[in-house]
Design a protein around this ligand. Structure first.
Ligand SMILES: *Cc1c(COP(=O)(O)O)cnc(C)c1O
Length: 417
C-alpha cells in the first residue's frame, strides 16, 4: 500500500473544495443539457465532445465525485450510481450475458447475496459461492470460464478476510475480470493496486458517513491493449472495447447498463456524498483505531468467543489481518452471545447504539442479523454467510471508544438472564 492516511488527509480537502469563487462543490440540478447546434449534438452523442447531455448518462456534480474517487483508487474513471446495489448491478449486467457464471468468494452483504442467488439467475446468470480460502474451487471455476469474480474486501457480516492478492493473480492467470466491493474499507484497501479491474462502493456507508445520502460508485482500471477484456469470453463486448480504448469499462457500463437500466446518481446526492468524502481520511483513522480498542476491551471482559474481529488472535484470519490489512478492515465487529433473547435484550438495553440496517455511519450502529436483513434466507444461505440465531453486527462510529465500551458492557450485564 503506497498511499497512507497522511496522503489522503491532504488530498481530500484539497481536491474537493475550490480555492476561488464558490468553495463547496456546485450542484447542477438539471436533467437535460442544451446543445449549441445540431453539429454539437451529433459530436456529443458520437463521443467526440465530452459534455453533459442528459443526466441519466452523467451530470457535472456526479462527474466531480467520479473524478475524486478515481483519483483515490488510481482508476481511469468512475461512474456514480443511485446506490451501492446500483453500482454492483450496473457492473454485472454490463459485463455478463445469459449463460455466464459469476464466482462469488466469501461472505456477502444481504442485497448482493440476493442479487446473485435469486435475481440474476432469473436472467440465466448463475453464481457459484465459494469459501474464502477454497482456492481449489476458485481455480477450477476460473478454468471452466466464469465471467466475473466478485468478492468483498471484508465479508459483511462474517468478517472473513480474503487473500485479495492471491485471488487477483488467479484472475490474471485466467483472464477473468475481478471486482472487489470495497465498501467497508475505503482508503485502507486499494483494489486496483491489488489488481482488481473494478472497485465498487456503497457511498452510503463510510464515504458519506452522515446517513444523509444513498449512493454508490464503480471505479474502473485503465484498459490496456491485450488485457483480460480481449479474452474470447468477452467477445460480446469487443465492439465497444475496441472503440473505447483505455476507458472501455466506462463505455461498456454506460452503453450496456446505465443507459438502459438507469441506476444513475443524482446531483444533490453526489453533493452530499462529496461533503462526507472531504473528511473520510480523518474519520476512517479514528474508526479503525476505535474498532481495535473496542474489540480488545470487549474480548477481555466478555466470555471467550463472544466477540469476533480479525484483530483478535482468536479470529481465523488474524495473521492475514496483520499482514495484508495493516491499517484495519473497517468499522464492523460482531457479537454473538449464543441466544436470541439475550441478543434482543442487549440491543434494547444499550443507550448509545442506534439500531438500523446501515454500517459505516458517524454514529455507532447495531442490528440483529437473522431477524432483519437475512430473514428471507434459507438455512443453507445462512450457513454460507455465517448468520446464526443470535448474531449482532456492530458498526463502530466516531464516539469516544471508552463510552462505547462502557455502554456495551452495561447493556451486556443487563441482558444476561
Ligand atoms: C450496504 C452495502 C451494499 C449496498 O449498498 P446500498 O447503498 O445500500 O445499495 C453493498 N455492499 C456492501 C458491502 C454494503 O455494505
Amino acid at each position: 500500500m503506497t498511499k497512507d492516511f497522511n496522503y489522503f488527509d491532504t488530498l481530500l480537502p484539497q481536491i474537493i473544495g475550490s480555492k476561488t469563487s464558490a468553495i463547496a462543490p456546485s450542484i447542477t440540478p438539471s436533467a437535460a443539457f442544451g446543445y449549441e447546434d445540431a453539429f454539437e449534438a451529433e459530436s456529443i452523442f458520437e463521443g467526440k465532445i465530452q459534455k453533459p447531455f442528459y443526466a441519466r448518462m452523467g451530470n457535472p456534480t456526479n462527474a466531480k465525485l467520479e473524478s475524486v474517487m478515481a483519483k483515490i483508487d488510481g482508476g481511469f474513471g468512475a461512474i456514480a450510481t443511485s446506490s451501492g446495489m446500483g453500482a454492483i448491478s450496473m457492473a454485472l449486467t454490463a459485463l455478463l450475458k445469459s449463460g455466464d457464471k459469476v464466482l462469488c468468494i466469501g461472505g456477502f452483504f444481504g442485497g448482493t447475496y440476493a442479487l446473485m442467488n435469486e435475481t440474476l439467475p432469473r436472467f440465466s446468470i448463475e453464481s457459484i459461492f465459494c469459501e474464502v480460502d477454497d482456492f481449489e474451487t476458485m481455480e477450477k471455476e476460473l478454468k471452466d470460464g466464469v465471467g466475473v469474480v466478485l468478492c468483498e474486501s471484508v465479508g459483511n457480516p462474517n468478517l472473513k478476510l480474503p487473500d485479495l492478492r492471491k485471488i487477483s493473480s488467479l484472475c490474471e492467470k485466467y483472464n477473468t475480470i475481478f471486482i472487489i466491493d470495497n465498501t467497508a474499507t475505503p482508503l485502507v484497501v486499494a483494489p486496483l493496486e491489488i489488481g482488481a479491474d473494478i472497485a465498487i462502493y456503497s457511498t452510503t456507508k463510510n464515504i458519506s458517513g452522515h446517513s444523509a445520502s444513498l449512493g454508490g460508485i464503480a471505479v474502473f482500471s485503465e484498459v490496456k491493449k491485450e488485457c483480460k477484456l480481449f479474452d474470447q469470453k468477452y467477445r460480446h463486448l469487443r465492439k465497444i472495447v475496441d472503440k473505447a480504448g483505455k476507458g472501455a469499462f466506462i463505455a461498456v457500463c454506460k452503453k450496456r447498463s446505465l443507459r438502459d437500466f438507469g441506476m444513475s446518481a443524482n446531483a444533490f446526492g453526489s453533493f452530499l456524498t462529496l461533503l462526507g468524502l472531504e473528511t473520510l481520511s480523518l474519520r476512517m483513522r479514528k474508526v479503525l483505531q476505535s474498532v481495535e480498542q473496542i474489540a480488545a476491551s470487549l474480548d477481555k471482559e466478555l466470555p471467550k468467543g463472544f466477540v469476533r474481529h480479525p484483530s483478535l488472535t482468536s479470529h481465523e484470519h488474524h495473521a492475514r489481518y496483520k499482514e495484508s490489512y495493516p491499517l484495519g478492515c473497517g468499522s464492523l465487529i460482531t457479537l454473538d452471545f449464543g441466544d436470541k433473547q439475550n441478543a434482543y435484550r442487549f440491543l434494547n438495553s444499550s443507550e448509545l447504539i442506534t439500531q438500523t440496517a446501515n454500517i459505516g455511519d458517524n454514529r455507532t450502529l447495531a442490528l440483529h442479523m437473522k431477524s432483519t436483513i437475512y430473514r428471507d434466507f434459507d438455512e443453507k444461505s445462512l450457513k454460507i454467510l455465517g448468520i446464526t440465531d443470535s448474531l449482532i453486527r456492530l458498526s463502530v462510529g466516531l464516539e469516544n471508544p471508552s463510552d462505547i465500551i462502557d455502554d456495551i458492557l452495561n447493556a451486556y450485564s443487563n441482558s444476561i438472564k
